[in-house]
Design a protein around this ligand. Structure first.
Ligand code: SF4
Length: 442
């Protein structure tokens, strides 16, 4: 068995810092790191700093300099980490700076620089963690919480404000998943395209190179891992325009899941939806021009309080014009604690049902015609399952669980997790059928 990775640790400052050090060391020991007493024996040194008064700042900077001189691989954390520029200005060679109480970020930085050993006899967890999805796809949650206040939703009250997971956490997790055999990453958050806003788009590092904590940069980095990358719960903020070229260029799947929720500006205002202003139909047209293979998925709510017949017709017109590929719809139902409950003019249940049926009928017609247009085309698919001489697969245009599937007759040796080239031979309202093409077929 290989030797465990060895960490040197310098703890400076007050008892609170000491407790932080103990907590970090406990976690590292539990993960199998050896904590060693000299710089020479360590593979990496963590310096937990103090920045309370000038003397403490001086002492911390000296300690970082000593660790760099004697070991060379240094991560800095603690109170002085709240002012990273003070550290990097004097010691640009430090590998990473994390702030006080940023335990997860620090542990992620240690993992990135010095991965823990995976011992199949002792570790209860596989390297990719425990996942409930099949081996070949995985959800990658990039943030918690939400800064919006949509009137029908209580998630911000339940989960709090937006907290983006730092780059040092998200990228190593994505890399681990891909190394463990994941072929498709499904990127999720309550508001995926807001990622990094609460981090003030701080600069992080990937592979030693600086990288902004912006949604576009993250999408680009994820797109470089060699797996399919699918974006869910994206709001149409202006920066979404920047990721369309990544889709057209093949780095990201040309698939956008944008919960538009309605087509009437009046209802969107009542819903207090993010990015509700601006002409979404014009944006959709521009996206499709830039990336003709783009698949658009969305969800809608019918029967929102105050929705008039005219609002509903406007929604249908919007959908006819938008020609979305995949659409889900909910009848509005009041959630305890949601602000929308106080809005006047609730829509009667029978009317909600009637509007739901009309909406879904139109959505099915659009879906059927868009799928029929794919007959005869060739596409790459990822196989989810094989049963009774039939493979159930998906192309870039189908997300698992929520969209339709591509059924391949006579799949031969195909197994779950395999990619295959197919020709689309048939379509119904939601699913496609296909035949497998021989490898290298013209
Ligand atoms: S529905 Fe609105 S408030 Fe709720 S999580 Fe989504 S963006 Fe946030």
């Amino acid at each position: 068995m290989s030797a465990p990775p060895r960490i040197g640790f310098v703890s400076l400052g007050c008892p609170k810092a000491l407790v932080d050090s103990e907590r970090i060391l406990t976690r590292l020991r539990a993960e199998g790191y050896d904590v060693v007493g000299s710089y020479a024996d360590a593979d990496l040194v963590v310096v937990n700093t103090c920045g309370f008064i000038d003397d403490a700042v001086h002492e911390s900077l000296e300690a970082i300099g000593e660790a760099l001189a004697q070991n060379g691989r240094v991560i800095v954390t603690g109170c002085l980490g709240a002012q990273p520029e003070k550290i990097t200005a004097r010691h640009p060679a430090v590998l990473k700076v994390t702030g006080p109480q940023a335990y997860e970020e620090l542990i992620a930085a240690v993992h990135e620089q010095l991965p823990p050993l995976h011992d199949p006899y002792l570790d209860l967890l596989p390297p990719q963690g425990i996942r409930l999805t099949p081996r070949h796809y995985a959800y990658l949650k990039i943030a918690e919480g939400c800064d919006h206040r949509c009137t029908f939703c209580i998630i911000p009250a339940l989960r709090g404000r937006l907290r983006s997971r730092p780059l040092a956490e998200v990228m190593p997790e994505a890399e681990r998943l891909v190394r463990a055999g994941v072929k498709e990453l499904l990127v999720i958050a309550q508001d995926t395209s807001a990622w990094g806003r609460d981090l003030r788009h701080a600069t992080g590092f990937r592979g030693g190179r600086p990288m902004n904590s912006s949604f576009t940069e993250l999408a680009r980095a994820l797109g470089s891992l060699g797996a399919w990358v699918r974006l869910h719960y994206v709001y149409p903020y202006p920066q979404v325009d920047e990721i369309i070229p990544l889709m057209a260029g093949g780095q990201l799947l040309p698939y956008l899941d944008i919960p538009f929720q309605h087509g009437s500006p009046r209802i969107l205002r009542l819903m207090k939806r993010p990015a509700r202003t601006g002409n979404t139909l014009a944006r959709i047209r521009a996206w499709r021009e830039a990336c003709p293979t783009l698949t658009l998925r969305s969800t809608f709510i019918v029967g929102f309080p105050g929705e008039t017949a005219a609002d509903f017709e406007q929604l249908l017109d919007w959908l006819r014009e938008a020609q979305l590929d995949r659409v889900g719809c909910f009848r509005y139902s009041p959630v305890a604690g949601a602000a929308a409950n106080a809005l006047p003019d609730p829509v009667p249940e029978e009317l909600k049902q009637e509007r739901y049926e009309r909406f879904m009928e139109l959505a099915a017609t659009i879906s059927a015609s868009r799928l029929a247009a794919r007959i005869g085309s060739r596409t790459r698919v990822l196989v989810d399952g094989v049963e009774d001489r039939l493979a159930i697969a998906r192309s870039a245009a189908e997300a698992p669980e929520i969209d339709g599937v591509v059924r391949i007759a006579d799949p031969g040796t195909l197994r779950p997790g395999d990619h295959a080239e197919v020709e689309i031979t048939g379509a119904d309202a939601y699913d496609l059928s296909a035949r497998r093409l021989a490898a290298g077929a013209p």
